[in-house]
Design a protein around this ligand. Structure first.
Ligand SMILES: Nc1ncnc2c1ncn2[C@@H]1O[C@H](COP(=O)(O)OP(=O)(O)OP(=O)(O)O)[C@@H](O)[C@H]1O
Length: 278
């Protein structure tokens, strides 16, 4: 057993996913360590979202094994599957909020699903607490998703993902579409949740600033599998063309320079927009 398997909260071996003739993953292995923020990167269509959906049981793999919390996710009874789902939270791309429910009601959906017998006052209190934890003002609770900015919607989705006090959080492109300040703030929130709640975070992103600022390790998807996983310096030492182009291309260099200028959060929110290529 190699060292990377020790303490893995997610363990994937030989994963294969396909849609008809299209093979998305083949022989994919990955370990996510407890307590880390793992960034997941890869070109468009390399199957980052499909990978996340496989782990949370929304996509049935063709082959391979996925263990979460030391248990295989396949072959579980509905009750066992529920017990597992209770221990993770998912922020889907775009937030995936119910548009006909307020923010507070959205946060209450998983609470009602898993703890149906909680009284309304307690549900309101928990929802208010999760809304605050996600950095939203209390006034956001009674608002509908359509009344929120993009950044606030992401936070509302995060509040819902945190509803059941998960150990493991899945974030699918949480900073996509946010301005640099909003994105940096969301990164800080993610990192502080990791530190204060001891969360493990599986974070799909295209955002180089996020990788530099908060990710402990980065997994690179290419050629239908995870071709490398490690810290950014470890990845930079590899000579895979996609990795080199991604981290050493113009945007990668800007993100790396920003990290050097601002130890801590790498994102340079006050950088002129032209430099960001916006
Ligand atoms: N339900 C589905 N039915 C058929 N094909 C699908 C389905 N879901 C995903 N795919 C295909 O699987 C591939 C991987 O999709 P996925 O959304 O995981 O990519 P991604 O790496 O997350 O991309 P992006 O960075 O653009 O979000 C794509 O070619 C996509 O068309």
């Amino acid at each position: 057993m190699d060292m990377s398997e020790k303490g893995a909260i997610i363990r994937i071996r030989g994963l294969k996913n396909s849609f008809g003739d299209q093979i998305v993953h083949d022989g994919l292995d990955l370990d996510v360590r407890r307590g880390e923020i793992l960034g997941v990167v890869g070109g468009s269509g390399t199957g980052k979202s499909v990978l996340m959906r496989s782990i949370v049981g929304l996509q049935q793999p063709v082959a391979g094994t996925i263990e979460v919390f030391g248990e295989p996710i396949a072959g579980r009874s509905e009750e066992e599957a529920q017990d597992m789902r209770r221990r993770w939270g998912v922020l889907f791309q775009g937030g995936a909020l119910f548009s006909t429910l307020t923010v507070a009601e959205n946060v209450q959906v998983p609470l009602r699903e898993f703890y149906g017998d909680l009284d309304d006052r307690l549900l309101d209190e928990i929802a208010a607490y999760k809304v605050a934890m996600s950095g939203l003002p209390a006034e956001a609770g009674p608002k509908y998703p359509s009344e929120l900015s993009g950044g606030m919607r992401k936070r509302a989705g995060l509040a819902r993902a945190l509803a059941l006090d998960p150990e493991l959080l899945f974030l699918d492109e949480p900073t996509a579409g946010l301005d640099p300040i909003g994105a940096a703030n969301f990164d800080e929130l993610t990192e502080s949740l990791k530190k204060t709640l001891g969360l493990t975070v599986f974070l799909i992103t295209h955002d180089l600033d996020t990788l530099y600022a908060i990710c402990d390790r980065v997994a690179v998807l290419a050629d239908k599998r995870v071709i490398a996983v490690g810290t950014i310096p470890e990845l930079l030492a590899l000579d895979h063309p996609w990795i080199q182009e991604y981290f050493n291309g113009p945007r990668g260099r800007v993100a790396a320079d920003a990290t050097k200028r601002h130890s801590g959060n790498g994102r340079d929110a006050d950088r002129p927009m032209t430099e960001l290529g916006a």
